[in-house]
Design a protein around this ligand. Sequence first.
Ligand code: GLU
Length: 303
Amino acid sequence: MEAVTEPAPQNPKPLSAQTYIGRFAPSPSGPLHFGSLVAALGSYLDARVARGQWLVRMEDVDEPRCSQQAADDILFSLEAHGFDWDGEVVYQSHRNGQYQAVLESLIASGTAYPCGCTRKEIADSSLVGIEGPVYPGTCRDGLKGKSARAWRVRVDDEAICFDDRLQGRQCQHLASEVGDFVVKRADGLFAYQLAVVVDDAEQGITHVVRGADLLASTARQIHLQRHVGYPTPAYLHLPVVINDMGQKLSKQTLAPPLENAKASENLCAALGFLGLKPEVGLDRASPRTVLDWGVANWHLRAS
Ligand code: GLU
């Protein structure tokens, strides 16, 4: 995806601290890399320009893939890059009780139901959606003798639309593009889609700024917000950083960890990726100075 194109829409009007709460929500499955720095920086600048709060949440709901060491490394790296977050860092691994309570309310309202299908049965679905097979609804009306493995949420036969602040209007028809989706997995872990919605609401997040790799998840999150009775935050999906092979930077694609000793250079590169032109020599200033320059010059252009 191209990072930026003309013309530049105006930044939203500055909001008061009460009306903007943003966040950076890394999954601590590895160290911070340039792609996650872009998400941290974009969410941080957008929050600080609005004189809002910026929270950090460790999305370690998928516990076997995450570690405290990786979380500590990420926090250390954020500090080395000059970021200051508001309040305590929240860990999803400590919040299973909250996720279970919301799941129970979804079960009580008939929105969530148990699913006994195996991966193989689902893979045989003839419908292909945005992330592989669309769940064919086999257990929608009961387990029919199967035993419950996972919990799914019913989707409605209508498009979910929202106006992304950067990517423009987005619409997704969950029934044909995703199907009823998992909120608690067969291994007993809560799914990202549920955890992120519960946390964004309970932390009072008003503005989500994150990578466009999550654009396709947003309709599912809005669907859950509507069914639980949560407000929908404003969304802004930043361009995704890709490597020379066209893959998103991630642990799986072996993205190199950020070098903390080069924090200002890294920040200037991330500013450049987001379409800003840091002044000459800024990469030799302190990371705080680079961030302050970012706050003073933050604007984003529609891609
Ligand atoms: N934890 C997700 C990730 O690291 C980000 C989730 C979000 O920002 O909603 O990709």
